[in-house]
Write a protein that binds this ligand. Sequence first.
Ligand code: NAD
Ligand code: GLY
Length: 363
Amino acid sequence: MTSVNVELNDRSYAIAIGEHLLRSPAAFAPLARGDKVMIVTNPTVAGFYLDTVTRTLTSLGCEVSNVQLPDGEKFKTLDSLNLIFTALLEQKHARDTTVLALGGGVIGDVAGFAAASFQRGVRLIQVPTTLLSQVDSSVGGKTAVNHPLGKNMIGAFYQPAKVVIDTTTLSTLPMREVCAGLAEVIKYGAILDYAFFCWLEQNIDKLLALEPATLAYCIQRCCELKAMVVANDEKEHGQRALLNLGHTFGHAIETHLGYGNWLHGEAVAAGMMMATALSHRLGNICQNDVSRLERLLARANLPTVSPDGMTADDYLPLMMRDKKVLKGQLRLVLLKQLGQAYVSALNDIDSVKAAINDCSQFD
Ligand code: NAD
Ligand code: GLY
């Protein structure tokens, strides 16, 4: 088991990474005898892992109950949040309870928001079971639900007390979901770490084959990068916004198509190409590096162009609802070069539209 720390003074926490951690009582510290735990999961993940986690926590002496939300991005809603509150109240959970999110980013984001708001905040433990949630969403304390008018529009910053990453859970993950997770992995290389980007170019096939040592290094490196960014800028006043490369375009795709039609990682992949095309148009990243990013995303079986039929005019109103918009001005994450990103306010909407068109498929 390796450990990466997120340094946030008295709210610091460890990310435990290893094989078969769901079976390891030690991995779940600070949970201890007498603690009451509400596991939030969904039927898909429960079928694979709920019994194991329940057994491990029971062996620790915890009192364990669970609530299962319907599976899918379209259920990342206030209604699902309310299912958790109802279960907590019906089963007499109080301020000293722990909410444990067992699942992918959807479960983590909804359960995290429930923990942030139930009785004004109870302990949260994240147990991510998708690649995307292991490298990104379980770390850093962003929690949210969607609104029909915009993705992740209602939520809170709320840090977990622990993240437990059992890499063996990825063996049951559908390959399309593995690829979606690789979009966020590639993002880290593109925005922060050129050496990691080059490593990904060399190791993407091993990652697709879920080669254990390669996967373990990849997850650890992503967690280290995210931990560093979150420690420097927990509430996204500066550097943390870089983690949103491609997300303003990507969230527009997810909202326009209806939540769940394109996976989050797929939308982010196409969005990263749009942000990169825009960066190139504005005189930054060179064409060779644009092509390297496109090739790496394509090798990970990710889309690099806009969904069929979605036009630049479909994107812009949705992009203007992005959380980075300040005083009505669009702000986007752009690339100076591979491994170096920056945030820029943009008035040049024609260039944004042109970049979207660069990444569109015309018949
Ligand atoms: P997801 O949570 O929908 O999980 C994908 C699918 O895999 C689901 O059907 C799920 O039931 C299933 N699944 C999960 N683990 C499994 C396993 N081990 N074996 C088999 N099936 C399994 O999707 P995701 O990609 O994990 O998360 C996407 C969400 O994360 C989006 O809502 C996105 O907005 C959010 N997100 C949040 C942050 C953050 O910082 N909070 C960062 C990135 C993304
Ligand atoms: N995934 C973006 C963030 O955590 O800030």
